[in-house]
Structures are given as structure tokens and as C-alpha cells.
Design a protein around this ligand. Structure first.
Ligand SMILES: *[C@@H]1O[C@H](CO)[C@@H](O)[C@H](O)[C@H]1NC(C)=O
Length: 233
């Protein structure tokens, strides 16, 4: 007799709470989803590499792509871009050329250009490059010369800073890869110059040997060698 009210109460609780509790959670989720966007967001990043040469801007990939994808967040277009990150610099010493690579900043960029300064000279501005470009060639470099190269990004609000342009800040002591927009660039002497240097050293050595031989055979005879002088006595 005591079991029946208990069972009834249990049933009542199950039927009153159960059906009410179950739809609550999905309805909450639906309401949240409605506020942001209707289809569920796929968490697929766009095929965008900020270091890839001729990379189409991510927002264009997003617009053109068949499926939605995610782009990295960018700084405000009302601010000048952050500095790009200089990457590998390949020097072709024989041709006096260097290929400079960089990675885009997380900022809207309209164009890039390079700044090249030799030693402590004033930086020279290269031609403007469109926002897809991540690689540029420097020509007319002197063999044995050392340069500082910086990448500048610009948009409607201004241009990125080059903290390392004067040889400070963005550069590490060894001139290795750095995380800033600038890097040091050393063009090794041409092989021909090395050959000249080798010939020079060889000539100097030959001259030294000749002098030694000359001293040995001529001068020693004239002034006498201490050992021979002693033997004559
Ligand atoms: C950007 O410049 C590169 C190299 O000069 C060129 O191949 C490319 O077509 C240009 N892209 C646009 C959108 O102008």
C-alpha cells in the first residue's frame, strides 16, 4: 500500500520534469545559434599562407571559395600595417643579386616595397609591389659589400615601421634570420676576386722563397756565415 503512492509520485516527477527538462538545452543552443549565423560554422582554415609568394588575400579566398573557411584576424584598416617578417635572403654573389622573401603581417596591406641601404648610407626605396607578392630580387649588389634590407608594408592609413633600418633593433649580432622587417645582407667576394687573392698570396710566397734562397747563396757568401768563419780559423 505504501509502494503505490511512491510509484505514482515518481511517475509524476518523471513526467513533469523529464519532458520539460529535455527540450530546454536544445532550445538554448538554437537561440544562441540564431544570434550569430544560421548554418553551423565549419572550423576549416582557408588555404592561406602568409609567407607564400603570389598569395591571394584571405578575404578574397573566403569570398570566392565554394565552402566557408576561416581567416586569421587582422589589425584595423584604420591603422598602418604591422611590419612584415623578413625571411630567407638568398645571395647570388657571382651575379650581384639577392632574392628576398618575407611573410605578410596580420594586417590589411595594399602594397610592399624594399628599402636597401649600404653600410651607413641612406636607404633606397624599391619599386612598389602588390599585396600578393612575398619575394623580390635585388640587383647590382657589390661583391664583398654589406647591406641592410627592410620590407615595408603600406595601406591607406600609412606604412609599417622599420625599427632595424639603422642596424639596430631588428638585427641580431650574427646577421642571421630575425623576426623583424630588416636583415643584414653580406655579399661574399666573387670567386674571381678570391682567385686574384690566391695568386697574390702565391706571388708573395714565391718572392719570400727567392729572397731566402738569394740570402742563402749570395749574401752569405759575401759576408760569410758564422760557421764557415769559424772553420777558416
Ligand atoms: C602582383 O604582382 C605580381 C608580380 O609582379 C603579378 O604576377 C600579379 O599578377 C600581381 N597581382 C595583381 C592582383 O595585380
Amino acid at each position: 500500500m505504501l509502494g503505490t503512492p511512491c510509484l505514482l509520485w515518481l511517475l509524476a516527477v518523471t513526467f513533469s520534469l523529464g519532458p520539460r527538462a529535455q527540450p530546454l538545452a536544445p532550445r538554448d543552443l538554437e537561440e544562441e545559434g540564431d544570434e550569430t549565423s544560421q548554418p553551423p560554422l565549419p572550423v576549416v582554415p582557408c588555404d592561406y599562407d602568409r609567407c607564400r609568394h603570389l598569395q591571394v588575400p584571405c578575404l578574397e579566398l573566403q569570398r570566392a571559395g565554394p565552402t566557408a573557411c576561416l581567416c586569421p584576424g587582422l589589425s584595423s584598416p584604420a591603422q598602418p600595417p604591422d611590419p612584415p617578417r623578413l625571411g630567407e635572403v638568398q645571395v647570388v654573389a657571382e651575379a650581384g643579386r639577392a632574392v628576398v622573401r618575407w611573410c605578410a603581417p596580420f594586417s590589411p596591406v595594399h602594397q610592399y616595397w624594399l628599402l636597401l641601404s649600404e653600410g651607413s648610407g641612406a636607404p633606397q626605396k624599391g619599386p612598389p609591389l602588390n599585396s600578393t607578392v612575398r619575394r623580390a630580387e635585388l640587383k647590382g649588389l657589390k661583391s664583398g659589400g654589406t647591406y641592410v634590407v627592410c620590407v615595408v608594408a603600406a595601406n591607406a592609413a600609412g606604412e609599417s615601421s622599420v625599427s632595424g633600418a639603422g642596424g639596430e633593433g631588428g638585427l641580431d649580432g650574427a646577421g642571421g634570420p630575425v623576426l623583424g622587417p630588416c636583415g643584414r645582407l653580406a655579399v661574399p667576394p666573387r670567386p674571381l676576386t678570391l682567385l686574384h687573392a690566391a695568386v697574390g698570396v702565391g706571388a708573395a710566397l714565391a718572392l719570400l722563397s727567392c729572397s731566402a734562397l738569394c740570402w742563402h747563396f749570395c749574401l752569405r757568401d759575401r759576408w760569410g756565415c758564422p760557421r764557415r768563419a769559424a772553420a777558416r780559423l
